[in-house]
Design a protein around this ligand. Structure first.
Ligand code: CA
Length: 428
């Protein structure tokens, strides 16, 4: 007879924790007091040190813990679902109320506040998609009022190859980039600091088991190739972007930094928050068959609430609360994460464990749901006023952007993603 899944932890702060209750158990890489980075699991306000607790695991779960060694989770991602599930099941036992692991608390648990988080994996490749259809329409309208969506959008999960080397964990400062821009009304570009610095609210997707070059990942298998999820801020220099993006898409306007939340939220933790992919509007084409799978259409989308907050240096000095810029949801994805994986590999492109995808900006249709300042201020035409009396068209030095993600469903414990923060600092 199977035991009921435990719901309460002996780690008191986990019970009712906004992000990391017992039901979440995300993995990450941390260090403490300058130690070598190592793997851990977020539980309430604490981190379980997987290496220190290694002798509590055996079989598949132990194989999973051993694969997290070395300060990066790539080998663990490569193991796929079976060992990941075995690890989760053992963690649920070890961290549940009544577990004898509590007697080893001092040895295996650290206060998260004392730890530094690192990138969870070595990221070989990063691809940013554009599946947020409301964002695509809002941005398209700014450039092409009569024809906001190009005809390929509803057939192809659009994306571009991003820069893996400048992905950084939450908390890393965002140096204002310099570059070429074309001032309004001019025909010659100038060079200098970006004047239209923006954020983009995105879901990050960690690739688990990859594929051999030449072999496509079938849509029905695609979910098996996803190791987990994070929040992603695709910082964007809109003035540099406007000048450089044609004909080949974004380049230096996006590659100066991409910030991610450091905890990998697993597919298993997100299981209660899956939902059907929203029906396509009347008149939209059906996905081509290599992108269409019944199970994926029935349960391949997620209900994740996404939030963006802003504080300015002045607001922090005055102890004013962060100002909410965006409240959106992953339900605005026109393509599922499985469709993104299937499409990316359909030509034989090799995906590898630890590759990262961005979803593209996930805006909703209403004001208050827009996932970038480009949309909120209509390209700088409608500045927003902050509680401090300051106004913003785009981000100023000292501004901090905070992304949060939260899953809420009646009858289930809420889980969250932790934060993805970044503060803008002056160009060098
Ligand atoms: Ca983007």
């Amino acid at each position: 007879m199977t035991q009921p899944t435990p719901t309460r932890s002996w780690v008191a702060s986990a019970n009712g924790h906004a992000d990391f209750p017992l039901q979440n158990l995300p993995l990450g890489i941390f260090s403490i007091n300058g130690s070598a980075p190592r793997s851990g699991v977020a539980i309430g306000d604490a981190i379980l040190d997987l290496h220190a607790a290694l002798d509590e695991f055996d079989g598949e779960a132990r194989r999973a813990v051993e694969a997290t060694a070395g300060g990066q989770l790539n080998a663990f991602f490569e193991l796929g679902r079976g060992p990941r599930v075995a690890l989760r099941e053992r963690l649920l036992e070890l961290l549940a109320e009544g577990s004898k692991l509590q007697t080893r608390e001092a040895q295996v648990l650290h206060r998260a506040i004392d730890c530094q988080m690192h990138l969870p994996a070595r990221i070989n490749d990063y691809t940013d998609f554009y599946v947020g259809i409301e964002h695509a329409q809002n941005v398209g309208k700014l450039f092409r009022p009569d024809n906001p969506l190009l005809p390929n959008y509803k057939y192809v999960p659009i994306g571009y190859h991003g820069r893996a080397s400048t992905i950084r964990p939450s908390g890393t400062d965002v140096r204002r980039p310099k570059g070429q821009t074309l001032p309004a009304g001019q025909t010659e570009p100038t060079f200098g600091p970006c004047a239209r610095l923006d954020y983009e609210l995105e879901l990050g997707i960690w690739i688990g088991q990859g594929n051999a070059m030449g072999d496509a990942i079938a849509i029905g298998d695609a979910a098996e190739h996803i190791a987990g999820f994070c929040l992603l801020n695709d910082w964007s220099a809109r003035d540099i972007q406007a000048w450089e993006y044609q004909p080949l898409g974004p380049f230096l306007s996006k590659s100066f930094i991409t910030s991610i939340s450091p905890w990998v939220v697993t597919a298993e933790a997100l299981e209660p928050f899956r939902k059907a992919q929203p029906a396509r509007p009347e008149g939209d084409p059906q996905p081509l068959s290599y992108l269409l799978d019944k199970r994926d259409q029935n349960a391949g989308a997620f209900d994740i609430e996404l939030e963006v907050l802003l504080t300015t240096a002045s607001m922090r000095e005055q102890n004013l609360p962060a100002h909410r810029l965006t409240l959106s949801n992953t339900e605005h994805m026109y393509w599922t994460v499985a469709q993104m994986v299937a499409h990316h590999s359909v030509n034989g492109c090799q995906l590898q464990a630890g590759d990262l995808f961005g979803s593209g900006t996930l805006s909703g249709p209403q004001p208050g749901q827009f996932g970038s300042l480009l949309e909120i201020t209509e390209g700088g035409k409608k500045p927003i006023e902050l509680p401090s009396g300051e106004v913003r068209k785009f981000l100023e030095d000292g501004d901090e952007i905070i992304l949060r993600g939260r899953c809420i469903r009646e009858g289930f414990a809420s889980i969250g993603f932790g934060e993805c923060r970044g503060t803008v600092v002056a160009a060098r």
